[in-house]
Design a protein around this ligand. Sequence first.
Ligand SMILES: Cc1ncc(COP(=O)(O)O)c(C=O)c1O
Ligand SMILES: Nc1c(O)cccc1C(=O)C[C@H](N)C(=O)O
Length: 394
Amino acid sequence: MSELNLRAERLDAADALAPLRSRFALDDVVYLDGNSLGALPAHVPDRVADVVRREWGELRIRSWTESGWWTAPERIGDRIAPLVGAAPGQVVVGDSTSVNVFKALVGAVRLAGDDRTEILVDATTFPTDGYIAESAARLTGRTLRALTPDEVPGALGPRTAAVLLNHVDYRTGRLHDLPALTAAIHAAGALAVWDLCHSAGALPVGLDEHGVDLAVGCTYKYLNGGPGSPAFLYVRRELQPRFDSPLPGWNSHAEPFGMSPDYAPAPGAVRGRVGTPDILSMLALEAALDVWDGVAIDAVRAKSLALTDFFLECVSAYTEPGRLEPVTPAEHGRRGSQVSLRCDDAGEVMKRLIEAGVVGDFRQPDVLRFGFTPLYTTFADAERAARILGSLLR
Ligand SMILES: Cc1ncc(COP(=O)(O)O)c(C=O)c1O
Ligand SMILES: Nc1c(O)cccc1C(=O)C[C@H](N)C(=O)O
């Protein structure tokens, strides 16, 4: 056994989160793609079967009240809230991330007022945010400027309405400075909208602590909610009474069953709802969140950094120098929960790696991406992935 093998064994033996892995349905594959689709928590299929057979099959329409279907979006929002540093009553679950980006960004522009005529968006963003921002700008009559998060402080001014940023860059894994950027945006009198897709469930976010205005995130990555599970929307409590949703569906009405032709928004997080919630996906997500019971996000972050440090060390030990170039910052304060490595023929290399039982993903144009989900990834996984990658590249 190599020294790195032994180290992995020791690290796993000392890992307080190691028992959590048994809460997931996993096999011998080294699964490093939880930043695209989180693994299945083992108890979720039974819960989904119960929702389908009993709640839908037997209780039918009664389940909207008796099984708590109607209030699921805000109830599940309150389960996610502590993981992103939000007090209860500010997070609601529903719709896709893209739809919530639209609600949050248009809502932010409306909150900013008519004299603020420009929206700033992260030029390196996951594409959907950029597309939605472009449409939001056209619809609200604002101009849109795309620039890197580093350029944001220098671009802020009295015309800035809102800034849409990613907490962790999906391609590079770089963690952006949410507290400092939010403070700079506020100093310019603008609103900060954060996309937390790659940080929710991976690291502490501190939404309330840092005064974030609005935020969105998906639940199918580090929150393991399942393919297409509904996203979440955070609207800071003080802004809720003035939050004017661009999608004011009947589920966000103060009295939805009043069936009034006039719209009157509900108070609180409910104002972020739109139409009938996707109950099957939503209740699968709710069950999936049980794996977080008793888990502190700080402990998850500590393990994430230890795993990614160890993986990087193994990669450099097992790979010929110059073959791979780490793209993810080495500095802990700037690293999310993934490691991205630039590599010639990255698409082909990832294909062969997956065939060899190590699942990461390839991102254009030349990035091998490995996501580390501390709830179920082991140090032995990290060592094995790096060893197989090194042997494929030789
Ligand atoms: C940063 C970011 N935003 C948004 C999305 C996706 O949005 P949606 O859930 O609407 O597909 C992803 C990944 O798919 C993402 O990585
Ligand atoms: N949402 C996804 C999907 O529906 C299919 C495949 C991948 C995804 C992803 O989440 C991709 C992911 N946001 C990324 O960072 O690349």
